[in-house]
Design a protein around this ligand. Sequence first.
Ligand SMILES: [Fe+2]
Length: 393
Amino acid sequence: MLAMAMMGAAITIAHEGEAMGQPSFDAYREDVIGRANVADTPELVAYYQRLSELGTGALWTVANKIEPWEPASTSVPMLWRYRDLREDVLRALQLVTPEQAGRRVVYLENPGRSDVVAAVGWLYSGLQVMAPGECASSHRHSASALRFIMEGSGAFTNVDGHKLTLGRNDFVLTPNGTWHEHGVAEDGTICIWQDGLDIPLMNALEANFYEVHPDLNQAVGFPVDDTTATWAGSGLRPQGQEWSKRYSPMLKYEWAPTYEALSKLARVSDGSPYDGIIMDYVNPVTGGPVMPTIGAQMQLLRPGEHTKAHRQVGSFVYQCAKGQGFSIIGGQRFDWQERDIFVVPAWMWHEHANASASEDACLFAFHDLPVMRSLGLYREEALGENGGHQPLI
Ligand SMILES: [Fe+2]
């Protein structure tokens, strides 16, 4: 018998293995009114076996498994230290060309989600490396994608004819359905960036298409960096520019104005007790998320700040963009510094701390909250006990 505390009450779940070669169908019984609680009998087992032969089953044998009391993520919280990964990411430069690989990426694998190649939940992430003069072939797909630039100079992305030049801590979109390719200028340096996509979600929805551009590389059809020049006006919107697509027309969000916005907000606001000073990257036309399935945020933790714990319906992939500190996720402490990546599974308690007494720390994150919100599934909860802090496991 496996006992577990849930919803404040002790619930006992029957968890018997197969005895004497007899199959067990009552492993998920719960002794709670309203939940399935049917013990196996020889007659029932014979009935279940007959149903199985018909390509069917009795719902009460699996109901408690497929409808948990609350989200039960199979993802585990984890952190990838950049100093552990960097040399091996660079090694891929010698091992494969972009032409061979399509995209030269080392992906982040959550042991609970290796079957769907997710870093957490339904989100994929990886580290892509390119050398000066290299350019990957143009393609488009159903998955929505983003990039967060980690190191190097001269990186660029072309999105539907718009060329975006990319620097450290810049955040760039390649929304679903847009032709895009990435490269590094001849006079640039080796570049590494984090990719984030909803590939696992698209596959779960069985909605994923992929196409290679017929010309392999697309023509640049607009002035370089025109999307940011057009849409990044602080509190300003260009007249006569219409936009009705479901993603942000801005495509690139630069680090300098992002950090400035957070620093200014920190001067006039206490921010969130759970996240410090936090701002969403938005579609400037709607004020909503940058893409229909993926949202992104940047947060600033002031020197010495340690937030309170909360949990949310949705999965998060974080990258430390500045400073150092730690996060406690599901009761485990993960220490991070600049460029480290960590994940918070859905409905798992998490809190963040800046380890410096003098410098601020910034965390970039992308998440699937737009999916949760558009389907009416989003919830969040603050930890009430223990002063709002998790006991360490
Ligand atoms: Fe892509």
